[in-house]
Design a protein around this ligand. Sequence first.
Ligand code: PMP
Length: 357
Amino acid sequence: MKAHNFSAGPCILPPEVLRQASEAVINFDGLNLSLLEISHRSKNFVAVVEKTQALIKDLLDVPAGYSVLFVQGGASLEFVMVALNLMKKDGGKAAYTDTGAWAGKAIEEAKRQGEVVVVGSSKDKNYNFIPKGYEVPVGMDYFHCTSNNTIYGTQMKEFPKVDTLMVCDMSSDIMSRKVNVADFDLIYAGAQKNMGPAGATIVIVKDEILGKTGRDIPAYLNYKTHISKESMFNTPPVFSIYVMMLTMQWLKDNGGVEWIEEVNRQKAELIYNEIDRNPLFKGTAEVEDRSTMNACFLLNDESHTETFNEMWKAAGVSGINGHRSVGGYRASMYNALPLESVQVLVDVMKELEKKVG
Ligand code: PMP
């Protein structure tokens, strides 16, 4: 029996996707060749890239005028590429929210290219809330935010309207809920949460915003390169893209983003209700900003740690240890995690209460 995988990332993928992917590693498309040993420029693989792009456009309702790109280097390289592609060479300035360690890393990279104005920060409370009501000053090249803060379990429920380009790191909640892509100029996300295995990064960019910085951008780091070469500037991460295609097809076949948003809402409600009800536990994030993807919680009395750890491990739960900067537990409930797995964890929390409460 498979473990109940609450890993924060790379994370759980649907079992049928893993099965199909393993078959393609042996024999892809009936070619008697592995997916891993054919040319990325073969017609069979070009079809995979095109289908994956089409599925993403369909699932997220991406409007005309936007490109969907696959690049490498993870969301971490996007911290750099965003600044290089959008911050003016002379007098470049951008506004960032500081909502966690990943947002902080994005800020550090942008600072290498120009001036960064931090417009909202939750740093003084160990990032346990989403800053709101801030003003983005005029004259910014763009505004950058992180929709879901994986480590702290906070999530933006609304996005501010800004008078500049809107850029968002959606690494840990892309495809988990409906977003209006037209409200954004650039969205990026590592694939390894809701979309597929690590290796590919997805970028959704409004074409018309590019080429305006006056910079001589290295070819790989220039989004225009990837647009003009249709994500085939160099050898793409073929396995990651293929599994992304399967995962997006799984999502579409089951009812798309609207369907998964409801499933994710139910999973989150189940665990947060138990965190709030059970006197042994407390949540770490402000209630209104709680993430549907990562639920962070602590034991009120740490002397129960060993007992609780033994119990959830015995129940087949995996990957709920909290990040070192928050401690306690983090139950990551990405798209492919079934409601039943959350129920198993909640039952263990109830059993602990019976045992020691
Ligand atoms: N942003 C967020 C919100 C993340 O959760 C992560 C990774 N967990 C990153 C950026 C960095 O992504 P990568 O490892 O793909 O560089």
